[in-house]
Design a protein around this ligand. Sequence first.
Ligand SMILES: [Zn+2]
Length: 196
Amino acid sequence: MDKIEEVAKNLIKKLEDPDSLPAPFPLQWLGKRSAIPFLHTLPLRSILTPWNITLSAQATYGGLPEPQYRGLTYFYPDNSIEIEMYARSVNTWIHELMHVAATKNGRDPGAKSIDSYGIDHLWIRDETIAEFGAAIALTCLNMEEHVDIGRCFHYVRCHLAHLPYPRTVATKCKSNLPLVCSDVETLLRTAGVETC
Ligand SMILES: [Zn+2]
């Protein structure tokens, strides 16, 4: 089995047993003095040039005790991309890169699929793929200490709570397995990481 798929399936097994999962990592602001040095320590920075990404940071914002958003990705009409980091979180950085990888695999970042309840199913799918994919990519990079599987579970579950029917986190991740594996593959391959 392909390494990425094997990693993904092992993570799904963990998500199937939520009681065994660790708590999410605490969220911290980047902080004024250490924001830029932190950005320079991030893995896969070699992706910035080929994907035309500008990386920026908000050290703090609005006096909030912890970041409301961990990071945001902006797609501009000239095909340039800006990733703005708020939280001191390698997992967040990879989550944002997963959103970019999805567009490199042909998916429109602005696409919506809104049902009669006003629920955007593509938003739920894309956030699931980004967060689950970050856990997969970091495991493939042997950076398990940054895999925030507890947050992955809570993040996806919060999004699934919008649905009018019950859906488990593990089931949602499993149903998107081909897409998420393809996005992780695109990300790691473009960054020059050998995964097999
Ligand atoms: Zn996201």
